[in-house]
Design a protein around this ligand. Structure first.
Ligand code: PAF
Length: 308
């Protein structure tokens, strides 16, 4: 196992000279480092993750480095946001590799709390935004976003960074966090980071490593179908027809099932009916390949002809 800076020792597999990020496991230790940086006039960005880091996460860290003096990454596989025990169990974990990657990027601090640090015995609070959480992924993963908003509110309040960054691949999550921060007056600016894709278009996700090689090849079709729908709508096709075509293509493309393929207003996530404003629309999709669920989304621009 990799050891942290405090112990001064490491059994890292390779012999890189990059120092490991300092690792803290308690709120008290996290706050000590943050307070020292604040006292020195430095700014802080937080990048919350559940680990199994990929280029999408690393791009958020790099973006953070361009915004603030210090980057704090978190790795916490949050049990409260898993509505199925087997999903929590099978969620990929790779702490040693994650720490190596953060070292290469010179991330300043890694906060890796135990479950008891986040949810001590008697923990009784849930942060819930039903109006944004009950659709899309929330409709298929009951309680998922209550777990996300509860843990993210805790991480933000524990660290109190200037900025926190979340990937746009989880666009519903990003909008829920933005609204939560606004509603609760949490003094942190929330930034969205662009989705990073494989060369065939598949959005990077920690869950991609759960796909078999056949499923992995098929997975790229989701992006293709999304791109086609966006292009058809831009060219003037009616949104409901473009969605119907897309759903048909997904059904024919060998996905195990489709949870949703729909267009919503990206600000409040209300369903697009064709009569609303044409600004700020986004197409959202979630499909299954075997036991793995993948999600993606893209902005939609209506053609002049289809604008409401
Ligand atoms: O997107 C994720 O990895 C998680 O939902 C988050 C934001 C770290 C909360 O656990």
């Amino acid at each position: 196992m990799l050891l942290d800076k405090e112990s001064g020792a490491s059994n890292r597999p390779d012999d890189t000279t990059q120092p490991l990020p300092k690792i803290v496991r308690t709120v008290a230790d996290l706050r000590k480092d943050v307070a020292a940086w604040r006292a020195a006039g430095e700014t802080i960005v937080l990048v919350p993750t559940m680990g199994a880091l990929h280029e999408g996460h690393l791009s958020l860290m790099r973006e953070g480095q361009g915004l603030c003096n210090r980057v704090v990454a978190t790795i916490f596989v949050n049990p409260m946001q898993f509505n199925r025990a087997e999903d929590l169990e099978s969620y990929p974990r790779d702490n040693n590799r994650d720490i190596e990657q953060l070292a290469k990027l010179n991330v300043d601090l890694l906060y890796m709390p135990e479950v008891e640090e986040i949810y001590p015995s008697g923990f009784a609070t849930t942060v819930s935004l039903p109006s944004l959480s009950d659709c899309l992924c929330g409709a298929h993963r009951p309680g998922h976003f209550d777990g996300v908003s509860t843990v993210v509110s805790k991480l933000l309040l524990q660290c109190l960074p200037d900025v926190a960054i979340f990937g746009e691949k989880d666009f519903q999550q990003l909008q829920i966090i933005r609204r939560m921060v606004r509603d609760l007056n949490i003094p942190v600016a929330i930034k969205g980071g662009a989705t990073v894709r494989e060369t065939d278009g598949l959005a990077l996700s920690s869950r991609n490593r759960l796909l078999s090689s056949e499923e992995r090849t098929r997975a790229a079709l989701l992006y293709e179908v999304l791109i086609s729908a966006v292009a058809a709508i831009k060219a003037g096709r009616d949104t409901s027809e473009a969605l119907r075509d897309g759903r048909m293509r997904l059904a024919e493309s060998g996905f195990t099932s489709v949870d949703y393929f729909e267009i919503r207003d990206e600000r409040d996530l209300t369903l697009h009916t064709g009569e609303q404003t044409s600004e700020g629309l986004r197409i959202f999709a979630a499909v299954w390949l075997g036991t793995t669920r993948i999600i993606d989304n893209l902005p939609v621009a209506l053609s002049k002809r289809t604008r409401a």
